[in-house]
Design a protein around this ligand. Structure first.
Ligand code: KG4
Ligand code: ZN
Length: 352
């Protein structure tokens, strides 16, 4: 079935066309088009996403991206249209929903609501086609003996640990009690006068720093639960900078050490708690997704630690880590198969 998917929950406008097949136990995705326009340069001067600007840009970008899609595929006739209904910024979500409703009417096909977080969760399946052609070996095994699985979803708005018994059945083990992991990267980047979004910037300058230079706290690491907390870590960075850079002039070397030590502390907690959850639940695989999953150090460390406990490791290709339409295509297909019937209205705080 051909699915047209629309994503506008935050600062990326995404439209994708996928050919989906298979069952809810073994879904198969072939991405035909995955068009994404990022709004990062628009929001950068404000140091974060401005909801009304996001809405304005989505309104502008949706017809442009759809026009490109139709130009490439003049005979386009989707069997189903899916759109992110939450979680995200409500004014932004509504732009995608309204656009999708009009398209569903035009094509006379069903419209299915999709969860942005389920999109991240399933995003590693987008690399399957490549695996079938013999390149990424990991995903080829994707549907065999991988459950129970532990999934870590880390983005700008969420830090969630799930235990999955199948692609349709999961339980939330834990989540952040305050800031999301990506939010912590973004806030620390701001303290270091680095541009938004901070995650890639922290990772870039951390390469020149010493991760053991500063002993930042590892919040909640020792606690016997699967929750996270990142606001104390951010505050520790703030105090460190206040005490050690009173004149607000940070040398490049000091910035690099702060970035590397902060990243080390954040990754320590994320990796150790995820692996503990995997070991406690006898997980056969560990799945990593969300914008922060673009972090190479996190990918490498979690892959290494998963291997040590005999679990397979799945992570999407880099291009599918940040928000995109293709991941919503899978989430919509799964919602359709699972008869989830999410209400077609923006739900900013929708849970997984
Ligand atoms: O999933 P996403 O695109 O949007 C949300 O759903 O929130 O994630 C964006 C987040 C931002 O906080 C950004 O700083 C973070 O992902 N991020 C990273 C990296 N690339 C993006 N964090 C750490 N390291 C990275 N390389
Ligand atoms: Zn996201």
């Amino acid at each position: 079935m051909n699915i047209l998917a629309i994503e506008t929950s935050c600062d990326e406008t995404g439209i994708a066309l996928l050919e989906m097949s298979g069952t809810a136990r073994a879904p198969h995705a072939r991405v035909i088009e995955n068009l994404v326009t990022t709004q990062i340069p628009i929001h950068r001067p404000f140091g974060g996403v401005v909801p009304n600007l996001a809405k304005r840009e989505h309104l502008k970008n949706l017809p442009i991206l759809f026009g490109q899609l139709r130009e490439k595929h003049p005979t386009l006739k989707p069997d189903l249209i899916t759109v992110t209904v939450g979680p995200g910024l409500e004014p932004a979500l509504w732009t995608g929903i309204t656009f999708a409703q009009a398209l569903a009417k035009e094509y006379r096909v069903p419209l299915v609501g999709a969860s942005h977080l389920e999109g991240h969760l399933y995003s590693f399946l987008l690399s399957q086609e490549k695996a079938r052609r013999g390149r990424g070996r990991g995903a080829a095994r994707a549907q065999k003996n991988i459950f129970p699985a532990i999934a870590l979803i880390v983005s700008g708005g969420h830090t969630i640990l799930l235990k999955l018994d199948s692609f349709s059945k999961w339980k939330r083990l834990g989540e952040t009690r305050d800031d999301a992991a990506g939010e912590a990267f973004d806030k620390v980047a701001r303290l270091l006068a680095l541009p938004y979004p901070g995650g890639p910037e922290i990772e870039r300058i951390a390469r020149a720093g010493n991760p053991a230079a500063i002993a930042f706290p590892r919040p909640m690491l020792a606690e016997k639960n699967y929750d996270f907390s990142f606001s104390g870590l951010k505050t520790a960075v703030l105090y460190y900078l206040r005490d050690h850079a009173a004149d607000k002039k940070l040398s490049a070397a000091m910035k690099a050490d702060v970035a590397a030590s902060f990243q080390e502390a954040a990754l320590d907690v994320l990796v150790k708690k995820t692996i503990r959850a995997a070991a406690d639940h006898g997980a056969r695989s560990v799945m990593l997704s969300g914008g922060v999953a673009a972090n190479q150090a996190l990918r490498a460390r979690l892959a290494r630690e998963a291997k040590k406990i005999g679990a397979a490791f799945f992570v999407p290709d880099f291009k599918y880590n940040l928000d995109n339409g293709a991941m919503i295509g899978i989430a919509g297909y799964m919602a359709f198969l699972r008869k989830k019937h999410y209400k077609i209205e923006a739900r900013g705080d929708m849970e997984i």
